[in-house]
Structure formats: C-alpha cells, structure tokens
Design a protein around this ligand. Sequence first.
Ligand SMILES: Cc1cc2nc3c(=O)[nH]c(=O)nc-3n(C[C@H](O)[C@H](O)[C@H](O)COP(=O)(O)O)c2cc1C
Length: 306
Amino acid sequence: MSVRLAVDLGGIEMKNPLNTASGTYGFGWQFEGLYDVSCLGAITTKGCAAEPWDGNEPDRMADVYGGMINSVGLQNPGVRGLVATAGTYLADLSARGTAVICQVAGHSVEEYVAAVELFEELAPWAAGLEINISCPNIAQGGIAMGSTPEGASEVIRAVRPRTRRPLLVKMAPARVPEIARALEAAGADALTLINSIPGMALDVHTRRSKISRPTGGLSGPLCHAIAVRMVWEAAQAVSLPICGVGGVRSGEDAAEFILAGATAVSIGSQNLYEPDCAPRILAELAAWVEEQGATDVNELRGALLC
Ligand SMILES: Cc1cc2nc3c(=O)[nH]c(=O)nc-3n(C[C@H](O)[C@H](O)[C@H](O)COP(=O)(O)O)c2cc1C
C-alpha cells in the first residue's frame, strides 16, 4: 500500500512533510551528491539578511551531552549573495517539486523589511519566507525581538504587507502559546518551532567557554522532547500550521511532532551527524503512516491519544 504524504504548510505545497532546519543544510546543493534532494517536501535555506554578515568569532561549535552548542551568529552572504551563488540551483530544485523556503534575518524591523523586499525582487522561485525572530547568537534582532509578543508581532506586521508569499515565523523556545497567538494575529501563515535553546558549555581547565561567547544555541537529540511539548502547546493555542524542529533523528521522532500537531517536520543537527539521513527518515515516516492503518499522513496530525 502506498500512503499519501503531501501536506500544505500555510500555503506551501509539500510533496511530503519533510523539511530541513535553517542553518543545518546550507543552500541545499551541498547535499546533492549524497542523495536526490528533491525527495524532500521542502528545504529551508540559511538565514540571510539584506547585507552580508560575518557571524561570530571562532570557536563556534562544541559537542555537549546529547547534542551540540553553536554560536555561528548568522554568518550569511546576504540575499544578493545567496541568489548569486545558489539561485540557479534553488530555481531548479523548485522546478523538481521541492518547495524552497528562504529564511530572513535582521537586526531591526527595517533590516527584516529590506531583506524581504530583496527576496521579493530576486527570488521568484521561493515558495515562502521564514522570518527568524529567534536566533540566540546575535546581539540585536533575533531572539531580542522575538522573545515578547509585542516584539514578535511588530516584525511580522512590518513585513506582512511586503510579500504575498506564505510567511513562516521561526520561534524561540519560550513563551510559546502567547507569542504564537500574537504571531497569528499579526498575519503569520505558519510557525516553525523551535530554534536552538540557549545553553553553555565550559572548559573547566581553562575556565573559558568552549565557544567564543559565554552562551550559544543547544541543538540535537537533547532538545527533542522539549520541542515536541512546545509544538503541542502551539497547536493548542493557534490554528496555524506548524513545522516541528528539534532533535529529529528518525521517522519516529518526526511522527511524534505530527501526533503533537505539526504539519511538517524539519531535520536539523542530524544533517551534520549523518548527512545522508533524510531519505532514511522519510522512508521510516512513510512506514509509520502505513503501520498506523492510515492512507494519508494528514489523518494523523494532532492524533495523540491521551
Ligand atoms: C550550526 C547551526 C546553525 C544554525 N543556524 C540557524 C539559522 O541560521 N537560522 C535558524 O533559524 N536556526 C538555525 N539553527 C537552529 C536550527 O534550525 C534548529 O532550529 C535547531 O538546531 C533545533 O533543531 P535540531 O535539534 O534538529 O538541530 C542552527 C543550528 C545549528 C546546529
């Protein structure tokens, strides 16, 4: 029996629920030699701002129990740089049936607006834009704007009139129900949660942080149970579709997000640990839908029994 896997993430048509988490998948082409990237329902590109950003000083990554801590700081080539280096590939990927979601970064409302306007002008192949109001590794913008309902909705209200494409919002792992409600009221089409969780990793011998800043973003398997709980909370609070992110290593992990109410699921750090994991996770997810006796993955969204 073959099962139906197509989903609609706030107006983004995906042939299956699998997406990739921004920052863990480059601009997609880097994975093309490992498997056919067009097997994915969508990819989400690294957060890009109107102008290039250098990111934080090294060291930027450290292994911790159950995952990793990063402080990349949203290094990116800017929207023009993304389009110049990867635009042809991404247009082709879109033509191959995989939705391309472009993530938007900014230090201020004005910078978010400028980046959205550039994507509008230069990236007609983008199926949707994901506004990142939750990066824990930049001093201004990011989580500083996304950690209150007022700050989060200010950004979305400003960018909403600049595009007719579906707008996703990448949420921080905090105050989820109230910020989700504010984002719904501000005009978001879908929510992506969670971004990495602020954490610390210290070298007790040198008494220094293992990365160049005191804190970084914790990601990987350790985040998964927290992320599932937050997706479930958001699904109770709003009627927007949700993309679940956090510690997905298997089809069962992805299925947990769907049972908790997610429409789509992104693979993040696992792309770094096991770069060819996506086709395996997709096959495992399809097998789970079939095992549940469903013919369509949409029957299982929010179907948690408890
Ligand atoms: C190296 C690295 C870079 C990341 N860069 C971004 C980014 O640019 N924008 C963003 O919203 N999230 C970024 N994230 C967070 C991931 O998209 C994801 O939300 C988080 O890692 C949790 O998922 P995971 O546990 O599956 O990795 C990054 C994560 C890592 C590990």
